[in-house]
Design a protein around this ligand. Structure first.
Ligand code: PMP
Length: 304
């Protein structure tokens, strides 16, 4: 990632990509305290546009607030930096990564005295779970690691430290030959993927976990709206692992993963073993929105 052309915004300056560096004693590098966002820009008939930028920026500000980090930039500035990251890097589509971290001004667990730093980068990023994942679906393993309890780490924040848990889970899944992990909460109910929310479909009803352990995903909320608009019932409930296995359809949602069908969980086939009709319908509607082809949802797009 470090050896590319382009520009990265770091603490008030657009730096040449290779020069956007931090010191080895950066607080966040040692203790993992900070937060970030993952945002996508898509190619539309009117040029690149960022999908649900306001919601992502809002979540970043909320994440910083949860972590009691004072942001040196406001929401409007963060939004315009995200747009500028696409523009400066001459991207037609891409992934935008704003990051808030604490600097090398001091070390020790208590960050008092460490400055808050902000970085925004953008680069092209294809299908997060591999080339055919969105079309053909993926195989998932229920993780041996539980998702964070909300009192271990407040789960509404997209905090950097949450991802140690995600990394343990995804590495375990891949080591065992699966594509992705599905994490349960500390009570044993389904929470989310390592970087995606999860939905199941049973008898035409779309169900999502009623859990406080999962990230409040923006794609999840988009899918909820699109499903309701398609006349489907969407409900949140506690979901058990066996309900996932017996679902007609299972799919994961995330900015990076978009809508990825799950065709197998723990070596048990889901439904027919192919991406199902509800998943396909929601994929079609989602991709129409992000590409600006759905006139009723152009407000979700910020043109660059
Ligand atoms: N859960 C986790 C742990 C994630 O990292 C992500 C990706 N941000 C999601 C869910 C999905 O969230 P969103 O749809 O907002 O990208």
């Amino acid at each position: 990632m470090q050896d590319r052309d382009g520009y990265i915004w770091l603490d008030g300056q657009w730096l040449p990509w290779r020069e956007a560096k931090v010191h080895a004693l950066t607080h966040t590098l040692h203790y993992g305290y900070g937060c970030f966002e993952g945002i996508r820009a898509y190619e539309t008939a009117n040029g690149p546009a960022i999908f649900r930028l306001d919601e992502h920026v809002r979540r970043l500000v909320d994440s910083a607030h949860i972590l009691a980090i004072d942001l040196p930039v406001d929401r409007a500035t963060l939004s315009s930096l995200c747009c500028e990251a696409i523009r400066r890097n001459e991207l037609r589509s891409g992934y935008i990564r704003p990051l808030v971290f604490l600097g090398a001004e001091k070390l020790g667990v208590d960050p008092a005295g460490a400055d808050t730093h902000v970085m925004v980068a953008a680069w092209p990023w294809g299908a997060y779970l591999g080339g055919n994942a969105i079309k053909d679906g993926i195989r998932v393993r229920v993780s041996s690691y539980a998702r964070h309890h909300p009192n271990v780490q407040m789960c509404r924040a997209k905090a950097i430290s949450t991802y140690a848990n995600s990394i343990l889970a995804v590495r375990e899944a891949r080591r065992d030959g699966y594509d992705e992990a599905l994490l349960l909460d500390t009570e044993g109910y389904v929470a989310e993927g390592s970087s995606e929310n999860v939905f199941i479909v049973r008898d035409g009803e779309v169900l999502q976990p009623e859990t406080t352990s999962a990230l409040d995903g923006i794609t999840r909320r988009t899918v909820e709206t699109l499903a309701r608009e398609a006349g489907l019932t969407v409900r949140a409930k506690r979901i058990t692992r066996d309900e996932v296995v017996c679902a007609d359809e299972v799919f994961l949602t995330g900015t990076a993963a978009e809508i990825t069908p799950v065709i197998e969980v723990d070596r048990r086939r889901i439904g027919t073993g192919q991406p199902g009709p509800v998943t396909r319908l929601l994929q079609q509607r989602y991709f129409a929105c992000v590409r600006g082809e759905d006139a009723s949802h152009t407000a979700w797009l910020t043109p660059i």
